[in-house]
Design a protein around this ligand. Structure first.
Ligand SMILES: [Zn+2]
Length: 260
């Protein structure tokens, strides 16, 4: 099976952030897709015969069986209010699933609004998170309290960012969570180890990882979909894309300020 996966590629893992009604509603850092574009993406995914799954589904399917069917994982970072207003109803329309990585220590995008002068966008509140969780279409995962670059944090701050965020989410949804996304994709062996120690089973990144999930469950490569043309979207949903990206770009190394 492993040989077959290496040859035919792995489950595509897509990364989104925000969803807007109109182009002008987004921020200057263009981390969004419009409702219309997202709906087109879902239509393409459906047309290609993919089933959208979450990491909890993957856990049940079993890593060794993951290419026996045509699976794809849609992930969404930060947990903006628009995930409730636009992402969720669109998923519901097509009966598709996604994984949302939720920041719990702040109420809006402080890391870009306060530091880079980006527009403020609210994150979801507890009631909204609860409702999405109950729908069965959304898996929630961790994404820290305040969205720092984790490689710059000392061990005790790092631990707090991971563990308190996990506790917050589990308290809201009354269920254990198993997946974590590194803010900005920044990770190191020290950071991965800490995420594992906190009880997570999977860690997803952006510009690192080989493109094969089982090579390192704490460095699962994803492809960014914001700003993607439809032509690129078609390439990015191919099971071979993430490994191709790894071969072309390699692993981006993030300087860990505390790693021995
Ligand atoms: Zn993020």
């Amino acid at each position: 099976m492993l040989f077959k996966i290496k040859k035919n590629g792995d489950i595509p893992v897509l990364m989104y952030h925000q969803f807007v009604e109109n182009e002008g509603d987004g921020g200057k850092i263009k981390l969004y897709v419009t409702r219309k574009t997202f709906e087109l993406h879902l239509k393409i995914i459906k047309f290609l015969g993919y089933k959208t799954i979450t990491f909890k589904d993957l856990d049940k399917i079993g890593l060794e069986n993951r290419r026996k069917d045509k699976y794809i994982i849609i992930t969404v970072d930060d947990g903006y209010r628009d995930n409730y207003d636009i992402l969720y109803p669109t998923l519901k329309k097509y009966n598709m699933k996604a994984v949302i990585f939720y920041v719990t220590g702040v109420k809006y995008n402080t890391w870009t609004a306060d530091d880079l002068g980006e527009k403020k966008f609210n994150l979801m509140n507890e009631e909204e998170v609860k409702k999405l969780h109950k729908s069965g279409l959304i898996e929630f995962g961790g994404h820290t309290l305040t969205h720092p670059s984790m490689v710059t944090l000392d061990n005790s701050t790092l631990k707090k960012e991971i563990e308190d965020n996990k506790r917050d989410i589990e308290k809201i949804i009354e269920e254990k969570i198993i997946t974590f996304a590194y803010p900005y994709g920044h990770n190191s062996l020290r950071v991965q180890e800490m995420v594992k120690e906190a009880g997570y089973k999977y860690g997803v990144s952006t510009d690192s990882g080989t493109g094969f999930i089982s090579d390192n469950l704490y460095d699962i490569r994803r492809t960014a979909i914001d700003k993607t043309s439809i032509f690129d979207f078609l390439r990015k949903v191919s099971p071979k894309y993430l490994h191709y990206k790894y071969k072309k770009r390699g692993n981006k190394k993030f300087k860990d300020e505390y790693e021995k």
